[in-house]
Design a protein around this ligand. Structure first.
Ligand SMILES: *[C@@H]1O[C@H](CO)[C@@H](O)[C@H](O)[C@H]1NC(C)=O
Ligand SMILES: *[C@@H]1O[C@H](CO)[C@@H](O)[C@H](O)[C@H]1NC(C)=O
Length: 498
């Protein structure tokens, strides 16, 4: 979609979002900094027990080692890597095997023992900061996305971002890798897509090696990478390198020279998608791909006589959402043959497209959010909520409080329905973001979302959050992440060594 269209929709989203949250979120609280009994712990674990006893961890004798009983051991490179990255904090790691999930850290002087049944759990534990005794329970999926393509930016920004994601326990990177302005993904099957459709064919593309590196860097930090190849809208850049893929728009009875969404009436469209998604399924190892399906503008389809004929043949009348569903249905069938699961934006569900039972419906629109969550889960689909967390929409003041106070399960529904909410996602769209401002715009505002999704529902004390988040933000700064301040303040170690 065009930047203007996106902007309009976002304004709408935020306006209504505030309605959705209006019970308690209209005004930010005035907060006074007081130390928290949990120190700088962020996000707060499901259970914390603070002990009266404290003891020193001398950095000289500090070591992270595999416990004898650990079945992971030195051959688990994920863990060995994590130990090396870890700050000097004394832990004895004990794990059941290299694939673990519920985690627990207990302190037994002079050792601390981290137990986890999956290695991913141990990675979260590894990121623990100075703290006494902790029990973690099962984490939710918390994707963190940003569509760098609108901005194009260098790898250091990506890598820094994933480092910060891990520090905040985000575990999915939703990579909105192509969109209207640019197609930077270098496809082996269709190299002309980025050759013609990227900002620059060599300097502004993601080569197969680049993509591999991003995925591996993320994996080492326990972060999954889910790519989004959004169609049939948001595809202007695709049309530059792939003839006949987009629908020619008409002005009266003649083609106007402009193009609309993917052309859903040509067989060639589907053979192209089959080949492209076959490649994507092997390049991206995650079990899911995001197929988009948002904001399809029907005006071009409406203007095209061939499309009109097709609509008539199919008996769609003037209902272009039926044509969109026709396309999506075929695309979903194609992706199913690649053995991947899929995520889709909510419009696909709203239009009544037949979805596989394991589809993840991504709720993003700002109007009637609770009703949408209710409908999606009533239909039995898992869902991820983004509506309240569009971090690209900035405002004056402590907007982290607004993100923090959202309760994602506040919609009407049974316990079974609530269980289908598998997580939430903080979105940062890139119209006004590039490498110069990505990091401070994201952190620590996204940290507020992280705690809402990681911690227990009852963790809502905003003053306590302010205290811990202020310290957490300083920790981010200290570790080289330029996170913006919550309010007038300073960090003890600010800019040390710069
Ligand atoms: C497109 O494929 C369908 C189904 O395989 C076939 O019936 C139809 O003739 C094809 N159309 C063209 C233009 O090749
Ligand atoms: C939820 O479903 C009801 C019943 O089908 C429908 O009337 C309503 O518009 C839906 N809500 C949203 C937000 O789509």
């Amino acid at each position: 979609m065009s930047a203007t269209l996106r902007l309009a929709l976002l304004l709408l989203a935020v306006a209504v979002c505030q309605g959705y949250q209006s019970n308690d979120i209209d005004e930010e609280d005035e907060l006074v900094y007081e130390p928290s009994k949990y120190g700088s712990l962020w996000p707060l674990p499901q259970k914390v027990r603070v002990s009266e006893v404290s003891f020193k961890l001398p950095s000289a004798s500090f070591k992270i080692v595999d416990a004898k009983e650990s079945s992971a051991g030195p051959s688990c490179s994920l863990l060995q890597n994590a130990y090396r990255r870890s700050e000097p904090l004394s832990l004895l790691i004990r794990e059941e095997n290299c694939l673990m999930s519920t985690d627990e850290l207990t302190v037994d002087q002079p050792n601390a023992v981290l137990k986890a049944s999956k290695v991913w759990g141990a990675l979260r534990g590894e990121a623990l900061n100075k703290l006494p005794i902790i029990t973690y329970t099962k984490p939710q999926i918390r994707p963190c996305m940003c569509n760098i393509i609108r901005i194009f930016s260098c790898f250091t920004v990506y890598l820094l971002k994933q480092e910060a994601m891990a520090m905040n326990k985000f575990n999915v990177f939703h990579w909105h890798i192509v969109d209207d302005p640019s197609f930077p993904y270098l496809s082996r099957t269709f190299p002309q897509l980025s050759q013609q459709g990227a900002y620059h064919p060599y300097t502004h593309v993601y080569t197969p090696a680049d993509v591999k590196m991003i995925i591996e860097f993320a994996r080492l930090r326990g972060i999954r990478v889910i790519p989004e190849f959004d169609t049939p809208g948001h595809t202007q850049s695709w049309g530059k390198g792939q003839k006949d893929l987009l629908t020619p728009c008409y002005s009266g009875t003649t083609p106007s020279g402009t193009f609309g969404p993917v052309n859903p009436i040509l067989n060639t469209t589907y053979s192209f998608m089959r080949q492209l998604f076959s490649e994507i399924s092997s390049v991206f190892p995650d079990a899911y791909v995001h197929l988009g399906g948002d904001e399809v503008d029907f005006s071009c389809w409406r203007s095209n006589p061939d499309i009109q004929n097709f609509m008539e043949q199919q008996g769609f009348g003037q209902d272009y959402s039926k044509l969109e569903s026709f396309y999506i249905q075929k695309l979903l069938d194609i992706v199913t043959t690649t053995q991947k699961g899929y995520m889709i934006w909510q419009e696909v569900f709203d239009n009544g497209v037949k979805l596989k039972p394991d589809t993840v419906v991504h709720v993003w629109m700002g109007n009637r959010v609770e009703e949408e969550m209710q409908n999606v889960t009533e239909a039995g689909y898992t869902t991820i909520l983004s509506s309240p967390w569009y971090l690209d929409y900035i405002s004056y003041g402590q907007d982290w409080q607004k993100y923090y106070k959202v309760e994602p399960l506040s919609f009407k529904g049974t316990e079974a329905q609530k269980k289908l909410v598998i997580g939430g996602e903080a979105c940062l769209w890139g119209e006004y973001v590039d490498a110069t401002n990505l990091t401070p715009r994201l952190w620590p505002r996204a940290s507020a979302v992280a705690e809402r999704l990681w911690s227990a529902k009852e963790v809502t004390d905003i003053s306590d959050a302010y205290s811990r988040l202020s310290m957490h933000r300083c920790r981010l700064v200290e570790r080289g992440i330029p996170a913006e301040p919550l309010f007038t303040s300073f960090c003890p170690h600010e800019y040390k060594g710069v």
